[in-house]
Design a protein around this ligand. Structure first.
Ligand SMILES: Cc1ncc(COP(=O)(O)O)c(C=O)c1O
Length: 434
């Protein structure tokens, strides 16, 4: 395709985008989604351009995104993958690498994590034969505290892996301190909190590794997708190897002999000079993302500050509009944090004259979408029956969340008209019980 032909197609894509009408918001009829992607003309052009170029495997946009995203966090390396769950799997599995020698995590070692949340923060611990140690969370912030983590330590604790809940940072600095004092690895699942800060520092920069999801519900999207970030080059090499089949070689796709020693290595019991491209130093996966995904998320990255501003605006409108309503426990940012919120959590107080399920049904009936705090207390799910784990203390608040908590949206597709309608609807429901 000539440059002219391509420019013509892309111009048509722009026209196509502009001609699509956004339907006006009709309260009670237009769905207010809890989350979703906001995709503009530039995103559409970026995606189509990658398709026109047939960049169907991992390629230059994904690489460029990795560099820019790492720089955005002030970290050394970012590795794009095909989902946030894959990012979690890679981050935790990296800690089991033989390359870490005695520091590697071994089956039976304990990893402290939080009972209430999304399963793929926990699953890699189980999948690697390690033992999750569940701690409870606080109502209001919906995070575990550094005290919860400290109380869960045992002689077998080797790592901490936990998520910043729905954009609200946990006490990452204090928990990093505990990790440093006890020689533990620390992974931040930052899938829901890109753009949030704690004590002025971005969430995702406190751990040895952090992970991001680019599923459409998240702060920026590549469709399916995710990323592992780290400031540690040793861990970065391991993550890359595990992502790319477990290979020892680090050549970009389509390139050869980056290390200038392609036929000079002797590893394992392979013959000397065996092609480095096919030497495997890990039992790995293939979790790479495509360049279509890379192009889209690179374009989305430009919008991250504006998306964060709208998320904060929407959250603040809901928080101030609902303030003081009886029967509801409203969310609180962790002291010292500035969350780029993922959603607006509401707990119906157990002694309220109405049930959480009734409020949820009322809102859904008005087309105001709701979600649970993912799995709530994960140990109550059939998946974890028979899985070896330890519980530190009681999981009382995780149980409260399972029974009485839900969230509504703040994503950038939500307008002030919509937040007004959400506030008015919740008030209308609550005052019925006065
Ligand atoms: C905290 C957390 N971690 C991990 C994930 C998994 O991300 P993905 O859906 O991209 O696999 C999610 C998904 O929403 C999540 O909320």
């Amino acid at each position: 395709m000539t440059p002219d032909a391509k420019a013509r197609v892309l111009e048509q894509v722009r026209t196509f985008h502009r001609e699509r009408q956004q339907p006006a918001f009709v309260p009670g009829e237009t769905p207010i989604l809890p989350s979703g992607a906001v995709l503009d003309e530039e995103d559409r052009v970026a995606l189509v351009e990658a398709a026109l170029d047939m960049r169907i495997a991992a390629g230059p946009s994904a690489r460029r995104f990795e560099r820019e995203f790492a720089r955005h966090f002030g970290l050394r390396k970012a590795h794009m993958v095909n989902s946030g769950s894959s990012a979690n799997l890679l981050a935790l599995t990296a800690l089991t690498s033989p390359k870490l020698g005695d520091r590697r995590l071994r089956p039976g070692d304990e990893v402290i994590t939080v009972a209430g949340g999304f399963p793929s923060t926990v699953n890699p611990i189980v999948q690697n034969g390690l033992v999750p140690v569940f701690v409870d969370l606080e109502l209001g912030t919906y995070n575990a505290t550094a005290d919860h983590v400290a109380a869960a330590l045992s002689g077998r604790t080797r790592a901490i892996m936990m998520a910043h809940t729905l954009g609200n940072p946990f006490q990452a600095e204090e928990i990093a301190q505990i990790a440093a004092e006890h020689d533990l690895f620390f992974i931040e699942d930052n899938c829901d909190a890109v753009g949030s800060t704690y004590r002025g520092r971005p969430a995702g920069t406190f751990g040895d590794l952090s992970t991001v999801s680019f599923y459409p519900a998240h702060h920026i999207t590549s469709g399916e997708g995710g990323c592992v970030l780290t400031g540690n080059l040793e861990l970065a090499r391991i993550v890359e190897s595990l992502r790319d089949w477990g290979r020892d070689c680090w050549c970009e796709p389509g390139t050869d002999n980056t290390c200038l020693k392609r036929f000079d290595y002797q590893m394992g019991s392979l013959p000397k000079g065996y092609d480095h491209k096919y030497i495997f130093s890990h039992v790995g996966y293939n979790l790479k993302a495509t360049d279509l995904q890379g192009s889209l998320v690179l374009s989305q990255l430009r919008k991250l500050p504006e998306f964060g501003r709208i998320r904060r605006r929407n959250w603040t409108a809901l928080r101030s509009g609902l303030d003081g309503l009886p029967g509801l426990l409203l969310p609180e940012p962790t002291p010292g944090s500035d969350p780029s919120w993922f959603g607006f959590l509401i707990t119906v107080r157990p002694d309220a004259p109405f049930a959480c399920a009734d409020l949820v049904a009322f809102l859904e009936d008005r087309r105001i979408g709701t979600r649970r705090l993912f799995g709530g207390n994960l140990v109550r799910h059939p998946a974890y029956e028979g899985v070896p784990y330890r519980v530190s203390g009681e999981l009382t608040n995780s149980d409260t969340v399972t029974e009485h908590t839900f969230w509504i949206g703040v994503y950038p597709g939500i307008t002030p008209e919509m937040t007004d309608y959400m506030v008015a609807s919740i008030k209308e429901f609550v005052v019925r019980y006065r």
